[in-house]
Design a protein around this ligand. Structure first.
Ligand code: GLU
Length: 326
């Protein structure tokens, strides 16, 4: 069976080094084994997504020397490759979950969830566990609440252990109860990332999911959805995040560390790839290399760290501002 990986960016901002790391690793993993790689634009959150960012992200990937076998720009057997055009598939999966009685309407507002510490926070992909306020409402109680409020739909996360072996992050064991029930369709009608990504990865024949470590705790939730929908789950690999010298994760808001601004400051793709290769442990020292040159060095058997820090010196080197190590 041909192994298939994907890179699935959300077009809500410019790429930074962390995005370059995940994209490069997904490319290396598939190219090293002769697998196929596809690019999927995760623009399901329409107000946050911009076609201009998707365009820029594709240009950044090309600048890095990465290519893909299927994607929004080149088409392929699983088109469309934009989530905003795949909502009928998510609706179908949602109906299946409804039929299996695995969902319930949730009327809690964001403010209510925030007040009990269940609002999304930085280090988890879903925020704190939902305490289950709406999980036991009777049909009459639901009907009364529906008069004044459109509900979100929550998936009943099975209360058992979810264990998987992550190619980068190692063995992981999550408690379904501690993760809590999660939203699959928001009150405003938007399908959740968790549902869309499972439906798409399954429909597109993805065998290997490689992405950033911030999504590690999404994996047990997605495993539960694969099981509920009777789909085969892929294997998972979560690469470390890239942080600044103070240990803060880079975000799309850090303008100076976007690929676009590094490029403007004189960075070459070879230096950027060399630095990532060195941080990941694929190279002994940072030296300018192309993605192709890094291929023989790629392995998942490297650092288990959750975050790798880049220092100002390293960035100067990427920008070509220092002569050492050349
Ligand atoms: N769209 C997600 C992001 O940009 C990645 C989703 C995934 O790889 O599963 O963070």
């Amino acid at each position: 069976m041909t192994r298939r990986g994907r890179f699935a960016p959300t077009p809500s901002g410019l790429f930074h080094m962390g995005n370059a790391f995940s994209a490069l690793a997904a490319w290396l993993q598939m190219r090293q084994i002769g697998g196929q790689l596809l690019l999927r634009i995760e623009d399901i959150d329409k107000p946050r997504s911009r076609p201009a960012f998707a365009e820029q992200q594709m240009q950044d990937l090309r600048w890095l020397g990465l290519d893909w076998d299927e994607g929004p720009d080149i088409g392929g057997p699983h088109a469309p490759y934009e989530q905003s055009k795949r909502e009928d598939l998510y609706e179908k999966a949602l109906n299946e979950l409804v039929k299996k009685e695995l969902l319930y309407p949730c009327f809690c507002s964001r403010a209510e969830l925030a007040s009990i510490g269940s609002a999304p926070h930085g280090l988890s992909s879903e925020g704190g566990a939902y305490p289950g306020f709406c999980s036991q409402l009777t049909e009459t109680e639901q009907a009364v609440r529906r008069i004044s409020k459109e509900p979100a739909l929550r998936f009943r996360m099975p209360h058992r252990q979810w264990t998987f072996c992550d190619a980068f992050a190692g063995e992981h064991d999550f408690s379904g109860k501690a993760l809590g029930d999660f939203v699959v369709k928001r009150a405003d009608g938007m399908f959740s990332y968790q549902l869309a990504v499972v439906v798409d990865d399954a429909a597109m024949g993805i065998t290997d999911v490689l992405r950033g470590r911030d999504l590690l705790d999404s994996t047990p939730r997605q495993l539960a959805l694969y099981e509920a929908l009777g789909l085969t789950a892929p294997s998972f690999a979560h690469v470390p995040l890239i942080g600044d010298a103070s240990g803060e994760r880079l975000s799309k808001r850090d303008k100076s560390l976007t690929l676009a601004s590094l490029r403007e400051d004189g960075a070459s793709p070879q230096r950027l790839i060399g630095l990532i290769g060195c941080l990941a442990g694929w190279l002994d020292r940072a030296e300018p290399v192309t993605a192709h040159e890094l291929l023989p060095h790629f392995t998942t058997d490297v650092t288990k760290d959750r975050m790798l820090a880049i220092t100002p010196d390293m960035l100067d080197w990427v920008r070509g501002k220092s002569i050492c190590d050349d």
